[in-house]
Design a protein around this ligand. Structure first.
Ligand code: HPA
Ligand code: ZN
Length: 330
C-alpha cells in the first residue's frame, strides 16, 4: 500500500483548476484538425518543446494561443470531459473549475457555446462518475474593468440555466501591474448578485495584493497566495481567519515562483497553521495533475500521511459545497 495509493484514496477537492489549462497537446492537434486551424507548430512534440516558461506571462502567451482551437460546444465538452476522467483517476470527489470566457468571446465564440460544452461535461461527470463540480467564471485582469462588466452582462442571461454550476467569480491572468483595486466595482456588483468570490493574488504579485483581494474585493479564497509569507501580520490574519490558499506546487516551479519544489513554502504554510490545499492550476502545461502535485510535494518536502490528510481535508473544507455535503467526506 503505497503513499500514492493512500493519497489517491483520500477524498479530495480540486479548487484551483483552469479548464483551458487542461488542454493536452494531443487534443490541441485533434481539435485544430477538426476545425481546420493551422497551428504554428508542425507536431505535438514541437508544441510541447515550447513549454519552457520563464515567468507567468511566458506561459499565458502559449495558454491563450492553445485555447484558440476551441470553437464548438463539442470542443469545450471534449476538453472538460478529458479533465473529469483524469480527476476520477486521481480520486477527486469535487472540483471547482475556472474558465475564462473573454479568451473565447474575443475570438467570436458565443458565451452560450462556452457554458454549454463545459456544463454538459460537468453534469455527465456528476451522473456517470459521481464527481460534483461548480464553475468559477474568471475575469482576465490584463483587460479593463469595463470589459469584465461586459463579460458579466453577457453571462448573466445564462445564470438560471446553469445555476446548478455557476456560483462563483474569479480573477486570473497577468498579476503584476493589475492589482485587485482595478476590479473593486465589478467585484462589488458580483457580491450583490450573490456570487461566491475568489481571486488570484500573491503568485508573482506582492503580499499586498493578497490583503487587497481580501479587503477590497471581499474574496473568500485566495488562489496561490504563496507570497503572503513576506508579510507576518498578513500570515497571522490568514491563520486566525482560516482563509483558504489554493496552492499549486508544480505550477509555481514551472513559472519560477520558487527555484525548486524543495524550496516551496507549502509545508511552511501548513506548519504555520494556514488553511492551504494542493491544486494543479494548468496541468497540461505544468507536467502533472492533482495526484502528481500531492506526490511530488510529499517527496520534496517530506510530507507525512498526516500532512496529506490535512491538505485533502482542507480542500473539501474550503470548497463551496453546502456544509452537510462536505461532512459526508470529512
Ligand atoms: N495565474 C494567473 N492566471 C492564470 C494562471 C495562473 O496560474 N493559470 C491560468 N491563468
Ligand atoms: Zn491559476
Amino acid at each position: 500500500f503505497s503513499l500514492r495509493e493512500f493519497t489517491r484514496q483520500l477524498p479530495k477537492a480540486e479548487l484551483h483548476l483552469h479548464i483551458e489549462g487542461t488542454l493536452e497537446p494531443d487534443l490541441i492537434f485533434k481539435l485544430a484538425q477538426r476545425n481546420h486551424i493551422t497551428l504554428p507548430y508542425p507536431d505535438q512534440a514541437s508544441l510541447q518543446a515550447a513549454y519552457q516558461f520563464t515567468d507567468l506571462q511566458s506561459f499565458l502567451d502559449l495558454y491563450y494561443a492553445g485555447a484558440g482551437v476551441l470553437i464548438t460546444e463539442q470542443d469545450f465538452f471534449d476538453m472538460t470531459w478529458a479533465y473529469f476522467l483524469r480527476a476520477q483517476a486521481d480520486g477527486i470527489v469535487h472540483t471547482e473549475i475556472m474558465f475564462d470566457p473573454q479568451t473565447h468571446t474575443a475570438r467570436g465564440i458565443a458565451m452560450e457555446t462556452v457554458f454549454a460544452g463545459i456544463a454538459r461535461a460537468a453534469r455527465q461527470a456528476k451522473s456517470e462518475l459521481g464527481i460534483s463540480s461548480y464553475l468559477i467564471l474568471s475575469f482576465l485582469r490584463h483587460l479593463s474593468q469595463a470589459d469584465a462588466f461586459a463579460t458579466l452582462d453577457a453571462a448573466l442571461p445564462l445564470r438560471n440555466q446553469y445555476s446548478d454550476l455557476w456560483i462563483a467569480i474569479g480573477l486570473d491572468s497577468s498579476e503584476k501591474g493589475n492589482p485587485p483595486a482595478k476590479f473593486e466595482k465589478v467585484y462589488a456588483r458580483c457580491r450583490e448578485l450573490g456570487f461566491r468570490l475568489v481571486a488570484h493574488a500573491g503568485e508573482e504579485g506582492p503580499a499586498s495584493y493578497v490583503r487587497d483581494a481580501l479587503q477590497l474585493l471581499n474574496v473568500e479564497r485566495i488562489d496561490h497566495g504563496v507570497r503572503s509569507q513576506d508579510d507576518p501580520a498578513l500570515m497571522q490574519y490568514l491563520a486566525d481567519h482560516a482563509i483558504s490558499l489554493t496552492v499549486c506546487p508544480l505550477s509555481n516551479i514551472k513559472l519560477k515562483v520558487f527555484d525548486s519544489l524543495h524550496q516551496h513554502n507549502l509545508k511552511h504554510l501548513l506548519d504555520r497553521g494556514l488553511n492551504v490545499c494542493v491544486n494543479s492550476d494548468d496541468p497540461a502545461y505544468f507536467g502533472g495533475y492533482l495526484l502528481d502535485n500531492y506526490m511530488q510535494s510529499a517527496q520534496a518536502l517530506n510530507l507525512q500521511q498526516a500532512d496529506l490528510r490535512t491538505l485533502a481535508a482542507n480542500s473539501l473544507r474550503s470548497s463551496f459545497l453546502p456544509k452537510e455535503q462536505k461532512q459526508t467526506w470529512l
